[in-house]
Design a binder for this molecule. Structure first.
Ligand code: HEM
Length: 372
């Protein structure tokens, strides 16, 4: 690959270097997040348009409504609850002497937290997981085989069916909260107004869906990836068990070294020249976060996992106006969960007889299971 290349098969452009990925992520006038503007079938996008897939000015308005709920200060108030859920999950496996970090901790924790924030029963989490998996993992699973048109059609059908189910689920929740508002995000979204106008039902549904999915899989993988990174260097695991104050910086290095979200996707709003290549208007551009975070121009010795790395301006949460809304929550959940894990089980080691199997996805990185 060069720094910029056209992927003939998938029909999108790919950029790999740090400065270019930063540009693609943050120059929203040149690189739009709204695929409906360039789609052959824009009606496909009426479902599922959320802050992630809108440009200013609508993006600014939508984000201002929800950003209050996700500031580090607002999120700090749920720290005791995150700790209580973590202890509770660990209590259930503490006697066994072994556990699967994914199934027993890093999957249930974020889904319980986001369910409680949204105000939906966390007992429905098996369904949330199936929906999240269907949307995130079905997409690229078998891209390498078969023809692209058939593949795209299959993806469209799966995503449409999954969104139908998810939206039906949230429609019931919205109806209940309209009758009886509670202290939760769904009730806040129903009451919210932008310049005297309420959000449309489609916008609220898209946002709830985005939070449920974005707030789920990525944080699960951050915790799983952290365990893998720490386990590869047992002295790091010991150091963190003794000095938990090093955890936040170690988590930043995990975010760089094994970024849970691998890419950002955009559409060129005009012809763009990049490293001698011309990206035509309307074409999709993928900025590879996972590659940018290993660019030696931005990170000396990028292949070294170094929990003391400063500065560490990784792009794991994106950059610019779409910078991850849930970053403070993800960081807090990871810090609390890993802190409690190391405090309670100081001699934690991955089971060597079971090879690490990574999940099968082009945009998410993490282990399927992590027995320890
Ligand atoms: C946006 C990664 C956790 C909600 C993003 C973006 C990235 C990202 C890369 C930018 C996408 C783009 O520019 O197109 C991650 C990672 C996480 C994580 C690595 C965990 C380690 C969360 C959580 C939530 C969340 C816990 C919510 C509870 C969102 C939302 C956006 C977003 C709503 C869209 C923001 C906007 O478009 O303005 N995330 N995320 N994320 N994330 Fe996260």
């Amino acid at each position: 690959f060069g720094p910029v290349s056209y992927n003939e098969r998938a029909r999108f452009w790919e950029v790999f270097e740090y400065d270019d990925v930063l540009r693609v992520a943050s120059e929203h006038e040149t690189f739009s997040s709204d695929g409906s503007k360039f789609a052959a079938h824009p009606e496909e996008f009426t479902k599922g348009q959320s802050i992630l897939t809108t440009d200013p000015p609508r993006h600014r308005q939508l984000r201002s409504l929800v950003s209050q709920a996700f500031t580090p200060r607002a999120i700090a108030s749920i720290a005791p609850r995150i700790a209580a859920i973590t202890h509770n999950l660990l209590d259930q496996v503490a006697e066994q002497g072994s556990m699967d970090i994914i199934a027993d901790l890093s999957y249930p924790l974020p889904v319980i937290v986001i369910s409680e924030l949204l105000g939906v029963p966390s007992e429905d989490r098996a369904r949330f997981k199936r929906w999240s998996d269907d949307i995130v993992f079905s997409e690229y699973d078998d891209l390498s085989s078969g023809n692209l048109e058939e593949y795209n059609e299959r993806v469209r059908i799966t995503v449409r069916r999954t969104l139908d189910e998810l939206y039906d689920y949230f429609r019931v929740v919205l109806a209940e909260r309209r009758l009886q508002p509670r202290q939760d995000l769904v009730s806040e979204l129903l009451a919210a107004q932008i310049e005297g106008q309420s959000l449309s039902e489609a916008e609220i549904l898209a946002f709830c869906t985005l939070l449920l999915i974005a707030g789920n899989i990525t944080t699960t993988n951050l915790i799983g990836n952290a365990l893998l990174c720490f386990d590869e260097q047992p002295e790091v695991m010991d150091q963190l068990a003794k000095s938990p104050e090093l955890l936040p910086q170690a988590i930043e290095e995990v975010l760089r070294y094994r970024s849970p979200a691998l890419l950002v996707g955009r559409y060129a709003t005009r012809e763009v020249e990049l490293h001698g290549q011309t990206i035509p208007t309307g074409q999709m551009v993928i900025g590879w976060i996972s590659s940018a975070n290993f660019d030696p121009c931005a990170f000396p010795q990028p292949e070294v996992f170094d929990i003391t790395r400063t500065p560490n301006r990784h792009l794991a949460f994106g950059h610019g106006i779409h910078f991850c809304l849930g970053a403070p929550l993800a960081r807090l959940e990871a810090k609390i969960a890993l802190g409690i894990l190391l405090e309670r089980f100081q001699q934690i080691r991955r089971k060597r007889d079971q090879p690490v199997e990574t999940i099968h996805s082009a945009f998410i990185l993490g282990p399927k299971h992590c027995p320890v």
